[in-house]
Write a protein that binds this ligand. Structure first.
Ligand code: MYA
Length: 461
């Protein structure tokens, strides 16, 4: 047997085992009787069961129908603002006006033991200091993480990116939660959290920034995600923290705001070739290439950020972000982590005055996507706008330099959300509007009426 055959056989064996576990999970998810199905996420503690029963009672009393389309069996039990049609805990509160925590608890009320998983699965903490573990997380994500609606592209966060995203100052391994197959320890699901100091209106709230929720494709729709969310919540709560910030393409109860991605072609030929974009009406490929062409050199004096710029960038960023209704405060150590350039991960540039003081800066991160089933290309190299502050040049000039740097670093496309002041320059710099929304959420914290994108000063990875 060739090495390749052996690998395929091992992989097949692994997949069969996952399928076996999937059947088991299915059983755990639907083994209830009567009108109320006993689901995995419900079979956890007496307190949870009571909450579920109360919810059921409300439903049976006609407060909301059992099978109302769009109802959220899990999210309606969580301390998040509920949409007007959603009902659930907190539905009586006036979501439009309430600001602050939705539920207040103490650490001694937090469950000490992990939530139950069906036989064959076990919890782990993802020890991201171990390169092998980072590779395992990479493999799970590269094969199973977010795809576009047409399943043409899938995010391909590189291992060095995960090292950056999951190890900021103050990170905790126990906030990086994994589910493994007991028999062979294969990583089958994960969710991660890192600490963030979030400003919401005029309050500062210590939050967990939640990301990388992923369930292996063969274990989907079996209510494993709610168990992962509850387990990471438990672990965060045990550290006396009660709020979280997260973004998702899906709409669940209830976004604090909604943003939209815009895309600026850098390599239009490839983007059109792989089906990411289309040739415009009355446009030829030659005219399209000419339209998007950028100079080789930066035009506004931006140079790569260095450690000596950290203190100035920290001040500039803080002063700038204050104008938004929600934003994350970074201290110098965090700015050094999040913004100092790392090859193939984060790109940051500054403009300095004659004394070397930083006056402006821009940044973007590298998040490629795998191109699924294409003969000529396997990856799309995408830059994502991160944090930018313009003072001595216009915001448009600064962002044009960001595009030039991204192009010089062989990115195919530059993506930016329409939040902060971004929407003022998108059209002028030839960005085209994308088709998906990115929803912003807080867990257990209400911010009053939905925020406009230009009020949001948070970019997550
Ligand atoms: S966003 C990226 C999410 N990942 C992907 O899209 C990757 C590809 N997809 C998958 O791996 C699975 O489809 C996932 C769902 C894992 C997404 N956020 O197990 P299920 C709800 C929140 O049967 P599956 C990111 O990473 C859904 O509404 N909830 O479904 C931020 C339903 O609940 P309800 C989601 O498809 C994550 C339930 O799960 C999401 O097998 C922030 C169905 O479960 C989603 N993206 O698995 C997480 N997608 O019935 C919240 C589905 O009520 C953090 N659901 O509608 C909250 C804060 C926690 C910490 C708090 C500390 C204080």
């Amino acid at each position: 047997m060739s090495g390749e055959d052996a690998a395929r056989k091992a992989e097949d064996g692994g997949d069969k085992a996952v399928e076996g576990l999937a059947a088991q999970l299915e059983g755990a998810a639907v083994s209830g009787e009567g009108a109320k199905q006993k689901t995995l996420e419900e079979a956890t503690s007496e307190k949870d069961k009571m909450a579920q029963l109360l919810e059921l009672q409300k439903q049976l009393l006609g407060i909301k129908g059992l099978t109302t389309p769009g109802e959220h069996k899990f999210w309606s039990t969580q301390p998040v603002p509920q949409s007007s049609s959603g009902g659930g805990e907190g539905a009586d509160e006036d979501d439009e006006t309430k600001v602050g925590p939705l539920e207040v608890k103490t650490v001694d009320e937090v469950r000490q033991t992990p939530y139950a998983l069906p036989k064959g699965f076990e919890w782990c903490s993802l020890d991201v200091d171990d390169e092998e573990v980072v590779k395992e997380a990479y493999t799970l994500l590269t094969e199973n993480y977010v795809e576009d609606d047409d399943n043409m592209f899938r995010f391909d966060y590189a291992p060095e990116f995960l090292n950056w995203a999951l190890k900021p100052p103050g990170y905790r391994i126990d906030w990086h939660v994994g589910v493994r197959q007991s028999s062979n320890k294969k990583l089958l699901a994960m969710i991660t959290g890192v600490p963030a100091k979030v400003h919401a209106h005029d309050k500062v709230v210590k939050m967990a920034e939640i990301n990388f929720l992923c369930v292996h494709k063969k274990l989907r729709s079996k209510r494993l995600a709610p168990v992962l969310i509850k387990e990471v919540t438990r672990r965060v709560n045990l550290t006396d923290q009660w709020q979280a910030v997260y973004t998702a393409g899906v709409r669940i109860p209830k976004p604090i705001g909604v943003a939209r991605y815009w895309h600026r072609s850098l390599n239009p030929k490839k983007l059109i070739g792989v089906g990411f974009s289309r040739l415009g009406d009355r446009m030829t490929m030659a005219r399209t290439i000419k339209l998007y062409k950028l100079p080789a050199e930066a035009q506004s004096g931006t140079i790569p950020m260095e450690p000596k710029h950290v203190a100035d960038v920290t001040k500039l960023l803080r002063e700038h972000q204050k104008q938004f209704k929600v934003w994350i405060e970074f201290d110098e150590e965090e700015v050094a982590h999040w913004l100092l350039p790392r090859d193939n991960v984060i790109y940051s540039y500054v403009i300095t005055d004659s004394n070397g003081k930083v006056t402006d800066f821009c940044s973007f991160y590298n998040l490629p996507s795998s191109i699924l089933g294409h003969d000529d290309y396997d990856h799309l190299k995408a830059a994502y706008s991160f944090y930018n502050v313009a003072h001595t040049v216009s915001f448009k000039q600064l962002m044009r330099d960001a595009l030039i740097h991204a192009n010089a670093n062989s990115f195919d496309v530059f993506n930016a959300l329409d939040l902060m002041e971004n929407s003022t320059i998108l059209k002028d710099l030839l960005f085209g509007i994308g088709d998906g929304n990115l929803h912003y959420y807080f867990y257990n914290y209400a911010v009053g009426p939905e925020l406009k994108p230009q009020d949001i000063g948070i970019v997550l990875l």
